[in-house]
Design a protein around this ligand. Structure first.
Ligand code: BTN
Length: 266
């Protein structure tokens, strides 16, 4: 039997947001929700618009990779945001990741745990369950929109051989099918609240993000600008602009931009 399509009415019934996900573009199939969200004419977009599909045929990931997702099984969507400030928008990507982490943890129970893997993966224990691709659209030097694209493996139960040791889905970890519509509404409810904290520059938001980043407070091996570092660094967490602060072995604090750094091992 074919997978049932994503039911936007069930999503709406469970949404308690005032703007996030209130305007929805759903297509049974499309190339990429991020590409669509980036190309949509300005007069057709609304702050918080959700673009979602059941089957993404040209899904894009970080570093020009492909994002593959079994049709009708997972959550594949993009959120269009029109922030009034552009400073620190990377914190929004991390806030989206945090919203996923919190929701996954509320479903999984104490023996499994979801975390953010810097900069934009969501892990359940040591397997990747979701990835985020954030893109910006500029008009001149003004950021016109932010597109946060999320691929969350929900009910997919098999992965290509090359991913089988490193990828997972929520249903595989939980041991049972998950309602995608309710899951997405719960995530959006959480994210709208975090967006408000970000707008108000609340340090509370940074603290919760930091607590949920793998390796936070620990000595880790970093990959800086594609080069794996020999000396370990202690992860001190993010600041309000979304940069990562680390302590080197000489006791100096270094700051790295979002894209510059990856955690090689922790
Ligand atoms: C990554 O881990 O490399 C990021 C993956 C992001 C995938 C999502 S799926 C929805 C949105 N549309 C895309 O083409 N990509 C993002």
């Amino acid at each position: 039997m074919a997978n049932p399509h994503f039911d936007t009415e069930v999503l709406k019934d469970n949404l308690s947001t005032s703007w996030l996900g209130q305007s929805i573009r759903y297509f049974p199939e499309m190339e990429s929700t991020n590409t669509y969200a980036r190309k949509l004419p300005s007069d057709e977009i609304a702050h918080g618009m959700l673009c979602i599909t059941d089957n993404q045929t040209k899904g894009r990931g970080q570093y020009n990779r492909k994002w593959k997702s079994h049709p009708g099984k997972n959550l594949v969507f993009s959120l269009i945001l029109l922030p009034q400030k552009t400073e620190g928008f990377h914190v929004l990507t991390l806030s989206a990741a945090l919203s996923l982490v919190e929701q996954l943890n509320s479903i999984l129970g104490p023996e499994k745990s979801a975390h953010i893997k810097w900069p934009n993966d969501v892990m359940i224990d040591d397997r990747k369950v979701a990835g985020i691709l954030t893109e910006t659209v500029f008009t001149g030097n003004k950021m016109e929109r932010l597109v946060i694209g999320i691929g969350l493996n929900v009910n997919q139960d098999t992965f290509a051989e090359e991913l089988s040791g490193s990828a997972t889905s929520l249903s595989m970890e939980k041991g049972g099918k998950v309602n995608r519509e309710r899951l997405l509404s719960d995530i959006l409810n959480r994210f709208e609240y975090k967006y408000r904290l970000w707008q108000q520059s609340k340090t509370k938001l940074l603290k919760i993000i930091n607590k949920n980043i793998l390796g936070y407070g620990k000595w880790v091996t970093l990959q800086i600008n594609d080069k794996i570092q020999e000396e370990p660094y202690k992860m001190l967490g993010i600041n309000e602009t979304g940069e990562l602060l680390v302590l080197n072995r000489d006791g100096g604090i270094e700051t790295f931009a979002y894209e510059q750094i990856r955690i090689a091992s922790y």
